[in-house]
Ligand binder design. Structure first.
Ligand SMILES: *Cc1c(COP(=O)(O)O)cnc(C)c1O
Length: 346
């Protein structure tokens, strides 16, 4: 049975119409397998077009694989990967980045609002220079961050400049990259390779695709033999067109950005509704499609009794995460806000 539209995660939603139509089109007949089909070629071309550069593109099943395999391509086993202490690659991938890189160690950096700073990157690299320390090899940035904040182009640029000066390569976990582009109103190129990013894991699932992420190498040298990594890692889809065709549907008329703008707008509406309610505290700047809030515990429990489903304790034990999807409506938001209002004053 279906649930009502929830605020638990942006992967609770289904497939958006544009991705669904593209899958149906790809399903109309036979096609060559293992990515040697026209859908995959066209989807890769569409990505090259929106990034305005001749990048190398691979389609994989999920974000964990995209992050792990791309980081493995950037690092030797004796290298370390620098990231924020809340980064998905640290907290939510069950050690897959370390596993697929054959032991590259993740080094955690602090930073307000889930963002790392150039000073923290420099500190982690410079604190040791001997061979007993896992040699810093890559910086991983999450854009949008795990708390829904967004790095500006200038912030990305400053981080990659520091990283490059210290010999690090830069990977971007873009599970919600579309929301970041929509939030900043900049071009995908300005937010990535023009700002010094070597490889982007571009999320599809949370943007409205059934499943799958695109691994986009702007530094093409780093993509050498990446097809073998994908195959060995169980990420080479035999019916690749069903991973790639939805991207074509999303990219060809800007559906990916339209959906991202909409989800961001719904989060703003939710924030505006919740903020004035007594006892509710918004805990991070709302810059994309999530709202983190501390709700009075009694009200939180009663919301669940009324059938609302959302995560509490992802970041700190008393914070709830409310997340909008491509299909979240203004009425959904207003219904949740009305319930919070009523339960807080009950
Ligand atoms: C959802 C998410 C991913 C991808 O997770 P999978 O479940 O492996 O697809 C990666 N990074 C971030 C920040 C995410 O939120």
């Amino acid at each position: 049975m279906h649930q009502r539209r929830q605020f638990a995660s942006d992967n609770y939603s289904g497939i958006c119409p544009e991705a669904w139509a593209a899958m149906a089109e790809a399903n109309a007949g036979h096609a060559v397998s293992y990515g040697n089909d026209v859908w995959t070629q066209r989807a890769a071309d569409a990505l090259r077009e929106i990034f305005e550069t001749n990048c190398e593109v691979f389609f994989v099943f999920n974000g964990t694989a995209a992050n792990s395999l791309s980081l493995a391509a950037l690092c030797q086993p004796y290298h370390s990967i620098l990231c924020h202490e809340l980064a998905h690659i640290e907290t939510s991938e069950c050690g897959a980045p370390e596993f697929f890189s054959n032991g590259s160690k993740i080094l955690l950096l602090p930073g307000a609002n889930d963002k790392v700073t150039p000073a923290a990157v420099a500190h982690a690299v410079r604190r040791r220079s001997d061979l007993h320390y896992p040699k810093p090899g890559a910086l991983s940035l999450t854009q949008v961050t795990e708390v829904g904040t967004v790095y500006s182009v200038a912030e990305i640029q400053a981080l990659t400049t520091t990283a490059k000066s210290l010999g690090l390569r830069v990977q971007m976990d873009g599970a919600r990259f579309a929301n970041a582009v929509a939030s900043l109103g900049v071009t995908p190129a300005d937010l990535t390779w023009r700002a010094g990013v070597d490889v982007l894991c571009f999320g599809g699932s949370k943007n409205g695709i059934a499943l799958g992420e695109a691994v986009v190498f702007f530094n093409r040298d780093l993509a050498r033999e990446f097809d073998y990594r994908c195959k060995q890692g169980g990420q080479l889809a035999s019916k690749m067109r069903f991973l790639s065709a939805p991207w074509l549907g999303m990219l060809k008329d800007g559906a990916w950005l339209r959906h991202a703008r909409h989800t961001n707008k719904m989060a703003q509406r939710l924030e505006a509704g919740l903020r004035p309610i007594p006892g509710v505290q918004i805990t991070y700047p709302v810059e994309s499609n999530s709202v983190f809030a501390k709700l009075p515990p009694a009200a939180e429990a009663k919301l669940r009794e009324r059938g609302w489903n959302f995560y509490t304790g992802v970041i700190t034990p008393d914070e709830s995460r409310l997340m909008c999807s491509w299909d979240t409506t203004a009425a959904d938001v207003d219904a949740l806000v009305a319930d919070v209002k009523q339960l807080v004053t009950a």
